[in-house]
Write a protein that binds this ligand. Structure first.
Ligand SMILES: [Mg+2]
Length: 264
């Protein structure tokens, strides 16, 4: 019998789209909170600090705590600590990313770094690209917070971290270690945070190539919600098959309530 999952929930396209909350997200989060269900909102976006995301959600009447938020910046921090023991890094990215890295006792430098970390920032310049290229060619480890080339922005798409990293990949002919979904490092950080094993958790998201693949790559159940990036036509053509597909979070909540009842 299926046990109620601890959910790892994507943010953009699942809880909100840009500045607009997605229908039923509020009720779903309320349901999890009311029933003391553990969950983590796992986002590839490294730009916001957890407080900023908590505040943004609060303004949409969706109430979560800071400890419920995990960004790719947290996962970079965990990676630097656990896997690389880098002491000096050059960062292209937001102040949130820089703060989280500094909290892990890693020094931010402008010369001779052990690693170059590329995240999302609207302040990206040619000088950043040049420095990163020189450092990587001199042997610094190339790390990228998340692979997303664009993010939804109203009716259009805006370039994201993957597009910034692409310029440095082009110049160095080297490929970065990707930390965010669908790679394993963000999952490792999430499981570490909620002290759980993969089979106790389930990924929920709107993208097949990041959210759903993340779950499947790590032996987790992976639920797709059709409220963001993926349409039914895209799903039919895709080689990536979610464990379950829901039209929205309300359908998922009803499914979950039934699983809870079965376990009583
Ligand atoms: Mg998404």
């Amino acid at each position: 019998m299926a046990k109620p999952f601890k959910y790892l929930i994507d943010l953009d396209g699942t809880i909100y789209r840009g500045g607009v909350p997605i229908k039923h997200a509020k009720e779903f989060i309320k349901y999890l909170t009311k029933n003391n269900r553990e969950f983590l909102i796992v986002t590839n976006c490294p730009i916001s600090n957890p407080t900023g995301i908590v505040d943004k959600l609060h303004n949409m009447d969706i109430n979560v705590k800071e400890e419920n938020i995990l960004t790719s910046s947290h996962a970079v921090g965990g990676y630097l600590e656990r896997e690389l023991s880098a002491k000096k890094v050059y960062v292209i990215g937001s102040s949130a990313l820089k703060n989280i890295i500094q909290q892990r006792n890693v020094e931010l430098v402008e010369e001779n770094p052990d690693a170059v970390i590329v995240g999302y920032t609207t302040d990206f310049t040619y000088e950043h690209m040049k420095k990163a290229t020189h450092f990587i060619l001199a042997g610094a480890t190339f790390i990228c917070t998340n692979p997303d080339d664009t993010i939804p922005d109203g009716d259009t798409f805006t370039p994201h971290t993957g597009s910034i990293a692409a310029s440095i990949i082009c110049a160095t002919k080297k490929h970065p270690i990707i930390i965010g979904k669908p790679e394993k490092y963000i999952v490792a950080e999430a499981l570490d945070r909620i002290q759980s094993k993969t089979d106790e958790c389930c990924m929920i998201g709107d993208r097949l190539d990041t959210d759903v693949l993340t779950g499947l790559n790590y032996g987790m159940n992976s639920f797709l919600v059709l409220t963001g990036n993926t349409t039914k036509a895209m799903l039919e053509k895709s080689p990536i098959h979610p464990t379950k597909v829901f039209n929205n979070l309300n359908e998922l909540m009803i499914w979950d309530q039934n699983i809870v009842k079965e376990n009583l």
